[in-house]
Ligand binder design. Structure first.
Ligand SMILES: [Zn+2]
Length: 209
């Protein structure tokens, strides 16, 4: 798998790619690929458990990044049994189809096997608006060991510290990350509560979709 051009194990993402792909814009153009930086860490030392980290890029029109990552983690767990704390930093949130595949997979991994997953995404993918939003709502209650949220300044710092190659430059959008993330969090909240409150309050719905 390490030689697969879409899968990079134990490799940091280059700075320029991170800067372009993970910017939390509301109208992101030319970002047609999904990047997922992942870290699958043993929750306790010892045994046969082993850390797995790196990043994945989707294979356009063939396989979404989440599906590649799910099968990769399955294989890792088979040969390296243990209990893991997983973290995913995604450039886009899961689409409807990936959410429907993630749902039973997460139930099994988190509820039956005791792993945890924290999923962060820079932007909310909603090409198929109703379907994608329904998918996120379905994930929301998949397990108490699952959390999802928006990539904010703290997560950007984590990525830069651990998963992105060093650079002499500062991210061009580092200072605006938190204000953009706040808007994205409101959009996510709106999706997860089905926008009922927003509509009643007269908040223009288009601001959030
Ligand atoms: Zn997908």
């Amino acid at each position: 798998m390490a030689g697969d051009e879409n899968v990079r194990v134990s490799e940091k993402l280059d700075f320029d790619t991170f800067e372009f792909q993970f910017e939390n814009l509301h109208y992101a153009t030319e970002r047609h690929r999904t990047y997922v930086i992942f870290d699958v860490k043993p929750q306790s030392a010892g045994g046969r458990s082993r850390r797995l980290w790196g990043y994945i890029i989707n294979n356009p029109n063939v396989c979404h990044a989440e599906l590649i990552l799910m099968s990769m983690i399955d294989r890792h767990l088979e040969s390296n049994p243990g209990v893991y704390a997983m973290t995913w930093y995604m450039s886009w949130s899961p689409c409807a189809n990936c959410s429907s595949k993630l749902n039973p997979w997460l139930k099994n991994l988190l509820e039956e096997q005791g792993h945890t997953l924290m999923m962060h995404f820079s932007r909310i993918y909603d090409r198929d608006r109703e379907g994608d939003h329904r998918g996120l709502r379905g994930l929301k209650h998949v397990s108490n060991s699952f959390r999802m949220g928006v990539v904010g300044r703290a997560e950007v710092k984590e990525c830069l510290a651990e998963y992105v190659e060093a650079s002499r430059r500062t991210l061009t959008w580092l200072d605006t990350t938190e204000s953009m993330a706040a808007k994205m969090r409101r959009k996510l909240f709106c999706i997860l509560v089905r926008c009922a409150g927003m509509r009643e309050s007269g908040m223009p719905l288009h601001l959030f979709t």
